[in-house]
Design a protein around this ligand. Structure first.
Ligand SMILES: Nc1ncnc2c1ncn2[C@@H]1O[C@H](COP(=O)(O)OP(=O)(O)OP(=O)(O)O)[C@@H](O)[C@H]1O
Ligand SMILES: [Mg+2]
Length: 280
C-alpha cells in the first residue's frame, strides 16, 4: 500500500500538486485520472523519487520515502517497476537485453538464471521467442508488453504505469489493461496507472483518484463513477453527449426502470423511452 499525505510540489512559482492525499491499495489496479496538465505524471514521478516534493509524506507500506535513509531508498527503488509512456526501450538492444537490463543492474545472478527469468516474463506477456528482435522490428502493442516484462522482471511490490494505452487501438489497449490487471492480482502488487482512457476506467478502475488542478477532487471505484453526481467528474468522464446518455441509461437500468433486454430498435423508432416515471 502507498499513502500520500498532503503532497505539495511546485516548479518555481507554479504550484502543480497542491496538497494531495490518497491511498493506493495492494493487489489492486489503482488509477489516477484527470485532465491534461492536472499533475498525474508529476505525481507518479514524485512517488518513484524522480522528482523531489516540497513537503508532505509518501508512505510505502507505512515508511516515508522522503525521510528514509539512502540505503533503504535504494532497496525500495528495486521493488518499484515502471512502465514509461512510449515504453522507453533501448533501441540498440534486443528484446532480451532490454528485459535483462534490470537483472544486470541489480542482481548477481548467473547468465543462465537471468535468462530463465527473462524467458519466464516474456512468456507471461505472450512474447515467447521474440528475444532476438529489436524494438523497431515489433509493433507498439508488443513494445508495451516488452515494457511490462521489463517492469516486472525484478518481481516488484509496486508497479507504476504512465498512460500504458497511449497510441494503441482500443482492442490492444484492453488486452494491455487486462494483462496489467492479471499480473497485479497474481503477484499482489500495488499498481498505479495514470490514464486518460475511459475504457480502462470502466474495466480496471478498482480504486480511482480524480485529480483536478493538482488536488484530489474525487475518489472511488468504477461502479461508483457511473452513479456519481460530482459535476466536475461527470463533465470530465462523460465528456460527450453520447456518454452522458449512456450513463443515464445505465442509471435507469440499475433502478429497474428500464429493462436490460430493451429493444433498441423499437426505442430508436419511437424516439423516447417509457421510463414509467410520472405514472400513477
Ligand atoms: N519539469 C517541469 N518543470 C516545470 N513545469 C513542469 C515540469 N513538469 C511538469 N510541469 C508542469 O506541471 C503540470 C502538470 O504536468 P503533468 O505532466 O503532471 O500533467 P499530466 O496530468 O500528466 O498531463 P497529461 O495527461 O497531458 O500527461 C503542467 O502544467 C506542466 O507544465
Ligand atoms: Mg502525463
Amino acid at each position: 500500500m502507498i499513502e500520500l499525505r498532503n503532497v505539495i510540489k511546485s516548479f518555481g512559482d507554479k504550484a502543480v500538486l497542491k496538497g494531495v492525499n490518497a491511498r493506493f491499495d495492494k493487489g489492486k489496479t489503482n488509477l489516477i485520472i484527470g485532465a491534461s496538465g492536472s499533475g498525474k505524471t508529476v505525481l507518479q514521478k514524485c512517488m518513484v523519487g524522480l522528482l523531489k516534493i516540497d513537503s508532505g509524506e509518501i508512505l510505502f507500506s507505512g515508511t516515508d520515502f522522503v525521510t528514509m535513509s539512502g540505503e533503504d531508498r535504494k532497496l525500495l527503488r528495486q521493488q518499484i517497476g515502471m512502465l514509461f509512456q512510449g515504453s522507453a526501450l533501448f533501441d540498440s538492444m534486443t528484446v532480451e537485453q532490454n528485459v535483462m537490463f534490470p537483472l544486470d543492474m541489480f542482481t548477481k545472478w548467473t547468465r543462465g538464471e537471468k535468462l530463465e527469468r527473462v524467458n519466464f516474463v516474456l512468456e507471461r506477456v505472450d512474447l515467447k521467442g521474440v528475444n532476438a528482435k529489436r524494438p523497431d522490428e515489433i509493433s507498439g502493442g508488443m513494445k508495451k508488453r516488452v515494457g511490462i516484462a521489463r517492469a516486472i522482471v525484478l518481481k516488484p511490490k509496486y508497479l507504476f504505469c504512465d498512460e500504458p494505452n497511449s497510441g494503441l487501438d482500443p482492442r490492444t489497449s484492453m488486452l494491455i489493461d487486462k494483462l496489467i490487471h492479471e499480473i497485479t492480482k497474481e503477484n499482489d502488487i500495488t499498481t498505479i496507472i495514470n490514464t486518460h482512457d475511459m475504457n480502462s476506467v470502466m474495466e480496471i478502475g478498482e480504486n480511482i483518484l480524480y485529480l483536478d488542478q493538482g488536488k484530489e477532487e474525487w475518489k472511488g471505484t468504477n461502479k461508483e463513477i457511473i452513479f456519481s453526481k460530482h459535476e466536475k467528474l461527470n463533465d470530465f468522464i462523460f465528456a460527450s453527449e453520447f456518454l452522458k446518455d449512456a450513463k443515464d441509461m445505465r442509471a435507469l437500468e440499475e433502478r429497474g426502470i428500464i429493462d436490460n433486454d430493451r429493444n433498441m430498435d423499437k426505442i430508436l423508432k419511437e424516439g423516447s423511452i417509457d421510463t414509467g416515471e410520472g405514472k400513477e
